[in-house]
Design a protein around this ligand. Structure first.
Ligand code: IMP
Ligand code: MG
Length: 193
């Protein structure tokens, strides 16, 4: 048995969109330096590709957060597992996140960062699930709206696996413990150990 993976957004489409976002960000921040804050771990693949497409000066910092949860639902309170290395005072901050789902993580985090007096603070997300939103979050730069399906790849994981897939996919997990992965990549079937 194997986890069944299907392509939702092919690599070429993701790459083209990131190029577009980079061009828009470069225009909007013309004459300024943009300070990217990558939200670990999911945002890291997107942040690297995006940074390469931005033509104004870029600095980069990382933050890791996790939400306190009880057995049934996310509390909306976020724990900072790894804080930024540097101050963001007077910086043009652009948060780079993989996906906005309930919105709770960023709804909590943005005001926390705002208190550190950046010159500005905006949000760039690769994916958005609008139908899942529980609290409002303003996304300034967005890759794709997607339906309410669990997705993997381009930084997004299922049990810490599949972050390295170069496309956005959906997964039907194998519950029998089989180690072989079958990918349906644009119609083809690929077997991986
Ligand atoms: P939010 O606080 O509900 O918006 O949570 C967003 C976080 O949940 C993301 O940063 C992801 O880590 C995780 N997440 C939400 N949806 C998915 C998904 O479809 N695949 C993988 N991770 C997801
Ligand atoms: Mg995340």
């Amino acid at each position: 048995m194997a986890d069944r993976i299907s392509v939702m957004i092919p690599e070429s489409v993701v790459d083209a969109k990131i190029k577009e976002l980079g061009e828009q960000i470069s225009k909007d921040y013309a004459g300024k330096q943009v300070h990217l804050i990558c939200i670990l771990k999911g945002g890291v693949f997107f942040a690297c590709e995006l940074a390469k497409r931005i033509t104004v000066p870029v600095s980069l910092d990382f933050m890791q957060v996790s939400s306190y949860e009880n057995a049934t639902k996310s509390s909306g309170i976020v724990r900072i597992k790894k804080d930024l290395d540097d101050t963001i005072e007077d910086e043009e901050v652009l948060i780079v996140e993989d996906i906005i789902d309930s919105g709770k993580t960023l709804h909590y985090l943005i005001p926390v960062l705002q208190q550190r007096n950046p010159a500005s603070i905006r949000l760039c997300a690769l994916l958005n699930k609008p139908s899942r939103r529980e609290v409002e979050v303003k996304i300034d730069y967005l890759g794709f709206d997607i339906p309410d399906e669990f997705v993997i790849g381009y930084g997004l994981d299922y049990a810490q696996q599949y972050r390295n897939l170069p496309f956005i996919g959906t997964i039907r997990p194998d519950t029998t413990g089989g180690g072989i992965v079958t990918e349906e990549v644009e119609g083809d079937s690929v077997e991986q150990e």
